[in-house]
Write a protein that binds this ligand. Structure first.
Ligand code: HSE
Length: 437
């Protein structure tokens, strides 16, 4: 399918089938009920709900659903004759969500989804299926919640050669890291707090393991570079190893630690990495607090754009879903990833090679010559030291902090692998990239 905008939309109501009535689904229902006139004025036609589906019909929900048919199976909802647009808010990259989306497309319906996992894992085949059938899949809510980053990249920045896209795209991790800093609490305690507040995904590894944010990064990289979504080639490291010591030491150096995703096309191929990094505390990303998300896009003509906003929650995520629904109501159908799916290039995955300074923290046996041995390992790996100091701790060992001059990830890996051979290392060192944004 090529990009198409039909100038004369039909005036018949756009009839939705909404599968998944969690926070986001209920948020969408509420907007549709609250803004009947506004939506119909903006879309040029009414937007109505024919039927809904969720796991538990008896659950008490914060919206009146009595006017809509209830369908137990989302696949049946997706195939109904009185549904023009299937809204998938179930989640998960396999199973019922995927089957229902495929059913909707094969039944001639467009799809709006917030499902980043589904798109990151099966985006290419779903896009090809949709476009071969003259349909589209829109997914503004899948990346960075309420921030209109998909629209910005596929439409507003379509005239730019995108050089780099990066950001903080998991609010839970940003909450944990900022709370550790502000309350001086260890990771495990704040993780538990986040769990009790309901911030963590059912499988918390998706959040703290960096997987959810990497799904989002892979989707953005596809749009930015005209390549097939390549989630398996994202280099992923989560925040589980970040300690309160790292947060304090980074702070003393003028940095904050953020789970940062970076995607860029280099001469060697597509680099996609998601990892905790030190960023300047006074940079826009360094100042990002709590569950807020930020996406930074660099285009050859536009320069640098910084988009900031709520990355999750009922209102912001439903706002993003609604923008896609209104596009479909207006008969605006773009190719799923901004250009026809069959024309997307297969990316060559490249390991991160762009040099950067690194922060290395380790515990050493407190004995003569220990620091010298570490310095020798770094020197042998071709790494030049910018700062090196021992700081106070009650562990009985000698905690040492090193900041390197700009070096390659390969040299860092080499040095880290050689450190145990010094015989003075206690436990595992922590190495974090420093991104001077
Ligand atoms: N778990 C996600 C986050 C929700 O914390 O950002 C939105 O994708």
């Amino acid at each position: 399918m090529s990009a198409q905008t039909q100038a004369t939309p039909s005036n018949a109501p756009l009839r939705l089938g909404i599968a998944g009535l969690g926070t986001v689904g209920i948020g969408v229902v509420k907007i549709i009920q609250r803004h009947v006139d506004l939506l119909s004025a903006r879309a040029g036609r009414a937007v109505s709900i024919s039927a809904v589906s969720a796991r538990d019909q008896m659950k008490n929900r914060d919206a009146d659903l009595s006017h809509y048919d209830w369908v137990a199976d989302p696949r049946q909802l997706a195939a109904r004759d009185d549904v023009d647009l299937f809204v998938e808010l179930i989640g998960g990259d396999e199973g019922i969500a995927r089957e229902a989306v495929e059913t909707a497309l094969r039944s001639g319906k467009d799809v709006v989804t917030a499902n980043k996992a589904l798109l990151a894992v099966h985006g290419q085949e779903l896009a090809e299926l949709a476009e071969s059938l003259g349909r589209t899949i829109r997914f503004e809510a899948a990346v960075a919640g309420g921030i209109p980053v998909i629209k910005a990249m596929t439409e507003s920045l379509a005239g730019n050669d995108i050089r780099r896209v990066m950001g903080v795209m998991n609010g839970t991790c940003n909450y944990i890291l900022t709370r550790m800093e502000s309350a001086g609490l260890p990771y495990a305690e704040v993780f538990e707090e986040a769990r009790q507040l309901g911030y963590l995904e059912a499988d918390p590894t998706l959040d703290v393991g960096g997987i959810d944010a990497s799904h989002k990064l892979a989707i953005l990289a596809s749009i930015a570079f005209g390549t097939r979504v390549s989630f398996p080639s994202v280099e992923i490291e989560g925040i589980e190893r970040v300690s309160i010591d790292d947060i304090r030491q980074a702070g003393e150096l003028g940095y904050r630690i953020k789970l940062l995703g970076v995607a860029q096309m280099t001469g060697r191929g597509l680099e996609q990495r998601m990892s905790p990094c030190l960023v300047p505390a006074d940079s826009p990303i360094g100042q990002l607090q709590g569950g807020t998300n930020m996406v930074v896009i660099e285009g050859d003509s536009v320069g640098q754009l910084v988009l900031r906003g709520a990355g999750a929650g009922e209102g912001p995520t439903a706002s993003a879903v609604m923008s896609d629904i209104i596009d479909i109501a207006r008969n605006v159908r773009l190719p799923v990833f901004g250009q026809p799916a069959t024309a997307l290039a297969t990316p060559v995955a490249a390991r991160t090679a762009v040099p950067a300074p690194y922060y290395i923290r380790m515990e050493l046996l407190d004995k003569p010559g220990a620091l010298a041995k570490v310095a020798t390992v770094l020197g042998d790996a071709g790494i030049s030291i910018d700062q090196m100091r021992q700081y106070d701790s009650d562990t009985g060992q000698a905690p040492v902090l090193i900041v390197t001059h700009s070096t390659t990830p390969e040299a860092i890996d080499h040095a880290i692998a050689a450190l145990p051979g010094t015989g003075v290392l206690v436990g595992e060192p922590v190495e974090l990239r420093i991104e001077e944004l």
